[in-house]
Design a binder for this molecule. Sequence first.
Ligand SMILES: [Zn+2]
Ligand SMILES: [Zn+2]
Ligand SMILES: [Zn+2]
Length: 164
Amino acid sequence: MNNSIAFSSAPHDHQHCIDAALDEAAELCARRGVRLTPLRRRVLELIWDRHQATGAYAILDALRHENHRAAPPTVYRALEFLSAHGLIHRIESLNAYVGCIRPDHDHAGQFLICESCGATAELHDEEIANAVGRGAQRYGFRALRQTVEVAGLCPDCRRRTGTD
Ligand SMILES: [Zn+2]
Ligand SMILES: [Zn+2]
Ligand SMILES: [Zn+2]
């Protein structure tokens, strides 16, 4: 499990986060009988590169410098695959992706997004999801998917800008 580190600013061995995420992805794909191809794996690794949302262009750019000569549609398909299997979440407000800290089970995504540096942390709070679901129900609305994106300042940027 690699969810003990909320924000990248907290000192930790990030390689451990990456390794854990890739191991979990491999395990999950094997269990579901789907293929984590080298490209899909590499895209996931690039997204986990930092605790920050990564855009499709940054991924394409990184791949262009490697042997994977992936055309945009191929990369978009890899992103779709990773999303469909819950390995990454799409952050709508940034048009970018973050690695999921709990890909093993279905859940709503809740994110704290730093407006200053782009650091992103997943909350993973069932109570929020339930409250949104109940609120929707009151309006006779059946919620199928929900993503909560909260903009603000991460601990690092708060320190830097002296907003504490
Ligand atoms: Zn990390
Ligand atoms: Zn998640
Ligand atoms: Zn920040």
